[in-house]
Design a binder for this molecule. Sequence first.
Ligand code: N7H
Length: 472
Amino acid sequence: MSGLNLDNVQGDILEGLAKKNQTFFFFSIKANQASRFRDDLARLIPSITTTTQARAFHDAIKKAKNENSCELIKNHGINIAFSYKGLLALGIEDDLGDAVFKNGMFADIKNLRDDLKEWAENFKKDIHGVILVTANSEDDLGEALHNIKRKFSVGHTLATIEEVTHLSGDTRLAGREHFGFKDGVSQPVVEGVGAATVKGETPIRQGVVLLGREGDIKRPDWAQDGSFLAFRYLEQLVPEFDTFLEARASEMKLLQTPGGPTGAELLGARLVGRWKSGVPIILAPSKDDPTATISNDFKFDSQDQVKCPFAAHIRKSNPRSDVDDKSAEKHRIIRRGIPFGPEVSAKEISDKKTAKDLERGLLFACYQSNLGNGFQFIQKAWANNPDFPFKNPIIPGIDPIIGVAQPGMKRQMVGANPQKPNETFELDQKWVIPRGGEYFFSPSLSALKSKFGTAGSAAGQSGHQVHPSTLS
Ligand code: N7H
């Protein structure tokens, strides 16, 4: 196995594309246009942002910040990924060895416990691929997206792709997602790739994220250094979540100490497992400590949830010492989400309700070498499973942020109240509503050139259109 070449891995996977603004452009390849699509793609490939380039952008931004330069660094990033249906449309039939990818997210709705009625119509259509475009301003993003569309003649009779839909997000102040919590705090450090930015990250082997690397199974040679991308379109009901926290905290008479958090702040932190600042409650259980370094240097006590509920979102999604070391590594993912939608208005706060015809939430994206170990496993076997984590004497309940109860069962967890850690706690409605998504494969740069761009068609992959009914 040759050493990892960061010029060969798309930038969003290991480094993350630098972004203030981002668009996910979902497309289908037009019928009988696979060969011309390959020509267009070959012209896009030189603009695809590699890990090395994404890192250089980040370094330039850091440098400008250190020098107190107010100048906004002009930059954009482009990555591309294909669904299984997209591979078939290009005539690429090699088995990538991932059944979850092959079936697609629409076929996974039941496993994930999504509600089909809540899925947006566009995600029920065939999506062949997604182009991820990021920039440091809306203008730069618009320009980059415009140029990409031109490469594929989108909107003209000569177009090789059609837009299925697009979703755009913007980073919020101080890296907070819409519930107000700092996001992107815990990210696995990949061996041999980079140093931890937050103290206490346990490194994972490259093969947990990249196909064909140490820690992954055998894959077709060309798939090496690619990664599976799980994309989720998640709406968040923010006024409803905040109203719930306030009402329940006051009902429960959560202990209020002078200078301590409000009951709602404490309850919110117990549902997530971190204070809004990112400080983990296991290290600062009674109040946020903004002076404390945001840390990943902690373990859970598998028998105890006084400091952090077993079901807290970060404990469910990265259980650390609640599982053995092998499982802790196997189920790690690299998250690259971005919030979308406007800030909550004064009217929504007073109505305690999200305004009609308005949406906000998270465009969740994560990378892994195996979807059945990564995103799908975390959602299905941990977040939605009331029995997980298993080592303790009580039933923890579902993940209060993303967990979905079995049909007919109540959404509940235990441990929300630190004074009564074994008491059952009713969670009320879902505050995170899955509205769609898809599984994609993000190929290496060499695979893009040899298998997807024009060169790929020389290998006899002319591409064919597959009737949707033959795919599920
Ligand atoms: Fe989650 N939130 O704001 O409450 N997430 N998440 N997530 N999440 C994390 O470490 C959130 C979602 C993971 O290693 C934090 O970045 C929201 C899905 C994992 O400590 C916060 C949504 C899945 C971690 C949130 C959402 C995950 C994590 C703490 C949906 C996978 C790392 C800050 C709208 C199935 C855990 C941070 C660790 C952290 C929130 C979705 C997984 C604040 C609002 C769908 C693995």
